[in-house]
Every structure is written in structure tokens, then in C-alpha cells.
Write a protein that binds this ligand. Structure first.
Ligand code: UD1
Length: 327
């Protein structure tokens, strides 16, 4: 039984991790500012997690949250490439400064290991068709830069202070609780919400851009493995399925699962968008014993069941963000 902090624990990925940690008997604390996360995501914890409302940009809040914990799963962030294009300072503060605060507090508190939610956006449009951890980084958006800055801070804190950190580069995570209610929501909940209501999905560009969509349970498992594995401090791992799917293929799959035959509407490509993203996951398989047990179609099936059963709660627009209006 370990004492764990999940930053962003009321968010999409963080709340699934909280569930898994509680299920195995750990003591769990959550730090969240509830700007994009929601208390409803923690409803299933039945009061078993300690919830601290606080902000990653406030070092004192972070210190309070980290105190007395052994493992920190740092999931808190301000996600979304287009949000970062609209407001790069807010993204930097939450993702880069927020990560520096977590590491500083973890070092002061003598935390055993910090597992950091890094992003596949670090690779940008690197020429390698399959992204390997040793590839050069080419961040294209303020979001990608801020998440990569967090990675560099992790490496530096391991190198300079001996704080154990493990970086997990998530590839386009999806699943239940990923809210469709904001213009900055991820593509899968946006497409499912539109298509389940009989509306055409809106595709930015030609729809041939591709992603290594990764079901959230695989990511949770990678976190648990990364916290426990020996000899991995300072290391970086891709966490993905190892399979690429274009948006047009995604729409075809969703049409099949939803029993629809909707044709997408195309709009301009998004600034800062990556073209193709596919991971080599052999390092995580080898060092962590990771495997992507839930593949895309099964993950989509579960996500559709969650969204269309009315369990989805719309994401709240952030400060200064436009409210979402369905087309
Ligand atoms: C990026 C990262 C991902 C990270 C996420 C955080 C890459 C390859 N991936 O995701 O690891 O978790 O940021 O926010 O950098 N799209 C549409 N129509 C829509 C919405 C989106 O066509 O209504 C398109 C986008 O232009 C993009 C693709 O779908 O090409 C995926 O977009 P999104 O789900 O927002 O994620 P990424 O920006 O790829």
C-alpha cells in the first residue's frame, strides 16, 4: 500500500488512475483546480480519495498536496493544441511552470518517484514514420513546447538532485470521461457526440492525418508499471497502441459502430497540427512489461457506451474560452 498523489486527478486520465490506485488499496490524494476536471469524475471513489482543490501554478498548493506522499502521478495540465495557440501563456503556466512546481515540491518532500504525463506532440512532424524515444523532438505548438519543457525539468531533476522521474509520452488518449463539451475537446468525443446525434463530423484538413489512438486503461496500466519498475529512473517511454488510424478511417469505424453513414464536413487545417503520429512501443514493452491490451475498436465501443448512455458531462469552457455550440 503506497501513498500516492494524482495531480489533475479529477480530469479524464487522472480520475481513471485514481480509480485504479484505490482499487489496489493505495492511499490516494488528488490535486485539481477543477478548471477542466470535474468532481463528477470522482463520484465513484465514494469519498475514499482525499481531494485538495488547488492550482499547479501555486507552489504552496503543490507543496501541501505533495507532503507525505511516496509516488506522484503528475497528470495535471491544460490540454489541447488549439487552446495553446489561443493562449500560450496559460498553457505554459499550467504545463511547464506547474511541472517545475511538482518536481520542486517532490524533491523537498523526499518523494520516491514522479511519473510524468508527457505528450507525443514532442515529436511534431519528425521525418521518422514510427516515433521512437531517441528521435529528435520538433514541437510545433505552444502545448508541445510546454509539455516538452516539463520533460526536460524531469530529466534535470533526476540528473541534478537524484529525484526519480519517469516520463510517459502519451499518444492521443481517449475513453470514458473525456468530455466533448468544449471547442478544445479531443477529436474522438467530438466525433462520437456529433455522429451519435446524426450530425456530420467536422474534419480539419483532408482527414488523412493519422493518430495512434490509445485507450485510457492502457495508459493507467503504463503508469502503475512505471511507478513500480526497477532501474527506470530518468527514462522516457512511448505509451500508445503502436497502430495508426487516419481521421477518415476513424469516421468509418465510428459509422460502423454507431450504425450511421455520415460523411464528414471539411474545414481548414488547424495551426500547430501534427500530420502523422505512430509510436514504437517496444521500449515500454521490454522495460515495463507494458502492452496495449484494449485496442482501438474495443476502446471506441466502450467510449460510445459511456457517452451515449448519458454518462458524459460536458467540459466547462476555460476562462476567456468560447462556449461550445454544436453545429
Ligand atoms: C495532441 C497530442 C496528444 C495530446 C493532445 C492534448 C499529437 C500527435 N498528439 O493531440 O498526444 O494528448 O494533443 O490535447 O500531437 N480534429 C478534427 N476535428 C475536430 C477535432 C480535431 O479534424 O473536431 C483533428 C485535429 O485537427 C487533429 C486530430 O483531429 O488533426 C486530433 O486532434 P485532437 O484530438 O485535438 O488531438 P491532437 O492535437 O492530435
Amino acid at each position: 500500500m503506497a501513498v500516492c498523489l494524482v495531480t489533475g486527478g479529477a480530469g479524464f486520465i487522472g480520475s481513471h488512475l485514481v480509480d485504479a490506485l484505490l482499487a489496489r488499496g493505495d492511499t490516494v490524494r488528488v490535486l485539481d483546480n477543477f478548471s477542466t476536471g470535474s468532481r463528477a469524475n470522482l463520484a465513484g471513489t465514494a469519498g475514499r480519495a482525499e481531494i485538495l482543490e488547488g492550482d499547479l501554478t501555486c507552489l504552496d498548493d503543490v507543496r501541501r498536496a505533495v507532503a507525505g506522499t511516496e509516488f506522484v502521478f503528475h497528470q495535471g495540465a491544460l490540454a489541447s493544441v488549439p487552446r495553446s495557440v489561443a493562449n500560450p501563456l496559460a498553457t505554459h503556466q499550467a504545463c511547464a511552470t506547474g511541472t517545475l512546481h511538482v518536481l520542486q515540491a517532490a524533491r523537498e518532500a523526499g518523494v520516491r518517484r514522479v511519473v510524468y504525463a508527457a505528450s507525443s506532440s514532442a515529436y511534431g512532424n519528425s521525418t521518422a514514420p514510427v516515433k521512437h524515444e531517441d528521435d529528435p523532438t520538433l514541437p510545433l505548438s505552444p502545448y508541445a513546447v510546454a509539455k516538452l519543457a516539463g520533460e526536460h525539468y524531469c530529466t534535470a531533476f533526476t540528473h541534478v538532485y537524484g529525484l526519480e522521474t519517469v516520463r510517459l509520452r502519451y499518444f492521443n488518449v481517449f475513453g470514458p470521461r473525456q468530455a466533448p463539451g468544449s471547442p478544445y475537446s479531443a477529436v474522438i468525443p467530438l466525433f462520437i457526440e456529433a455522429m451519435a446525434a446524426g450530425r456530420s463530423p467536422t474534419v480539419h484538413g483532408d482527414g488523412r492525418q493519422a493518430r495512434d489512438f490509445t485507450y485510457v486503461d492502457n495508459v493507467v496500466r503504463a503508469n502503475l508499471l512505471a511507478a513500480a519498475a526497477a532501474g527506470v529512473a530518468g527514462k522516457l517511454y512511448n505509451v500508445a497502441c503502436g497502430r495508426t488510424t487516419s481521421l477518415l478511417e476513424l469516421i468509418a469505424a465510428l459509422n460502423g459502430l454507431l450504425g450511421t453513414s455520415l460523411i464528414p464536413v471539411h474545414t481548414d487545417p488547424r495551426p500547430g497540427d501534427v500530420r502523422h503520429s505512430l509510436a514504437d512501443i517496444s521500449r515500454a514493452r521490454c522495460d515495463l512489461g507494458y502492452s496495449p491490451d484494449i485496442e482501438l475498436i474495443e476502446g471506441l465501443r466502450r467510449t460510445i457506451a459511456h457517452l451515449t448512455l448519458g454518462a458524459a458531462r460536458p467540459g466547462k469552457p476555460g476562462p476567456g474560452e468560447p462556449a461550445f455550440h454544436a453545429a
